[in-house]
Unconditional design. Structure first.
Length: 362
């Protein structure tokens, strides 16, 4: 069985799964359930001085692994976290990461109290104002020797610049990234938004945002190859875990998938990850780290594709024929034909083949 252990800011984790800040880590009981299910680390809901009061309803399922929310920060106060929740985690079987935000003033108000709480192994900072992140990092680093993560937002147009500013401020690692938005979904049966609050405008998480997060992870890992990065957003399958590792991440932050699928997601995904690594001859997940970065080069490759077709595994589903906008491909009784004059080598047909019977090479 392959080795999926990793390290985050010098701390060894039994696997790469970090429960990102959200409802599953609402309090000590939630964190403990995540650890019991197999998560190696968990980030608390974001702690501020006062408890949040959320609109109702504030979380909705978009289907196909996507979710919307208008949830705010922790609905437990900083005082309750420090006096009641963190003390309960003395025997926690995982790394407890305390999330704090959202402004410099918030950190000034509760930072010393939170970083001094028992059973915390790391701090994560989150803000919705990009220019607050580096000053928040600098302030917390003056308060504690605990490792500090800075959580980026995919909604910032200059994420790489903010990450670089946080590195200059002394950050120990980056969480990349957060929910995407604002977005909107209306229930056509009621003509009302799926979730309440701020006019129904919500933050989207889950499978739909993975390509956005992958780009941010790659940009940060290319610029800061030694910096620990927790790839957070859109990770739903074992394949997604491998992709983020190949882009340079040391861990993956997950929340929407185990929320929608249940906490059994951790064991199921770990089993699938081991199977994939073993099947591809990788002795560990660490071996895959950063493998894709060398292929992310500027410029455009215009060499045409050469297609290979295996009729023995083909199910004659016709997907490759249906999706071709140029009518270049035909399939008759598992005999494939291609009009090379019509084909533009776009590659779509290969990506929709459910059995891998149609492949392409250069």
């Amino acid at each position: 069985m392959s080795d999926t252990r990793t390290t985050l800011c010098g701390i060894e984790l039994k696997n790469p799964y970090v429960v990102s800040s959200g409802p599953l880590s609402y309090g000590a009981a939630g964190v403990e359930r995540c650890f019991a299910a197999g998560a190696a680390a968990a980030v608390t809901k974001t702690i501020r001085a006062e408890a949040a009061v959320n609109p109702v309803p504030h979380i909705g399922d978009l289907g196909k692994g996507g979710m919307l929310n208008t949830e705010k920060w922790s609905d437990l106060s900083a005082e309750q976290w420090v006096k009641e929740e963190f003390p309960k985690l003395a025997d926690a079987d995982g790394l407890v990461i305390a999330s704090m935000g959202h402004t410099v003033a918030d950190i000034e108000a509760v930072g010393e109290m939170v970083v001094g709480a028992p059973n915390i192994g790391m701090i994560e900072l989150v803000s919705y104002v990009a220019t607050d992140m580096a000053p928040m990092v600098q302030l917390v680093k003056s308060m504690t020797d605990l490792p500090v993560l800075a959580k980026m937002s995919p909604n910032w147009p200059n994420v790489s610049e903010i990450a670089a500013a946080c590195v200059a401020a002394g950050v120990d690692g980056i969480t990349a990234a957060d929910s995407l938005g604002p977005t909107l979904h209306v229930d056509i049966e009621t003509a009302r938004p799926m979730v309440e609050g701020d006019g129904g405008y919500a933050w989207m998480s889950g499978a739909f945002i993975r390509p956005v997060i992958a780009r941010i992870v790659a940009d940060i890992c290319k610029a800061h190859p030694e910096l620990p990065v927790v790839a957070t957003g859109g990770v739903t399958t074992a394949a997604d875990v491998v992709e983020m590792s190949m882009l340079g991440a040391c861990c993956v932050g997950v929340h929407t998938a185990p929320m929608l699928q249940g906490l059994r997601w951790f064991a199921k995904t770990e089993k699938a990850l081991n199977k994939w690594l073993d099947g591809h001859g990788y002795e560990s997940l660490a071996v895959t780290k950063g493998l894709a970065l060398e292929h992310l080069t500027p410029g455009e490759d215009k060499e045409l594709l050469t297609f290979d077709y295996n009729p023995e595994t083909c199910t004659a589903c016709d997907r490759c024929v249906i999706v071709c906008p140029y009518g270049a491909r035909e399939l008759d009784e598992k005999v494939m034909s291609l009009d090379e004059e019509l084909c533009r080598s776009c590659g779509l047909c290969v990506t929709v083949c459910p059995t891998g019977s149609l492949t392409a090479r250069k």
